[in-house]
Design a protein around this ligand. Sequence first.
Ligand code: C2G
Length: 153
Amino acid sequence: MTTIITYGTFDLFHIGHVQLLRRARALGDRLIVGCSTDEFNASKGKNSIFTFEDRVEILKACRFVDHVLPERNWEQKVVDIKEHDVDIFVIGDDWAGKFDFLTDASGCAVAYLPRTQDISSTDVRDVIKALDNEKKSSAIQSAEHLLELIKDI
Ligand code: C2G
């Protein structure tokens, strides 16, 4: 039984997350995901749109994921890897080199997978904001047009 582990925020779940989880799972028989809590996110300087509880449920619904645990701090990885008898730690290559220490610290292999281009939770958030602004300005325009019509009565 080859066990894989990865960690992340996984906010506004998108194809980049799916590809990462699919490829991570393909490296073994079981994939564990550490989902960043809202508090840990704050320490990463991130505030997610979806709550921790919702992000956990979405990950659990993903067919590549076998188990989800809370990621509360940077230090827990070594303990998690030993506790769950993890063989490979996997993460996107935006983190390349940052977790090499895990091999010496916990005896697992470390794999950095290429990030999926042109998609991020920030991009998705920006698109939603832009659509929202568009809707607001068209609502204002139609209200102004209505006011003009009323004035002319
Ligand atoms: N990812 C990806 N392609 C994207 C976006 C994200 O492959 N276009 C990967 C990231 O490299 C990461 C995972 O999806 O492996 C989750 O990404 P985030 O939710 O942004 O996680 P992050 O903020 O990088 O937190 O302790 C590790 C941290 O918790 C990682």
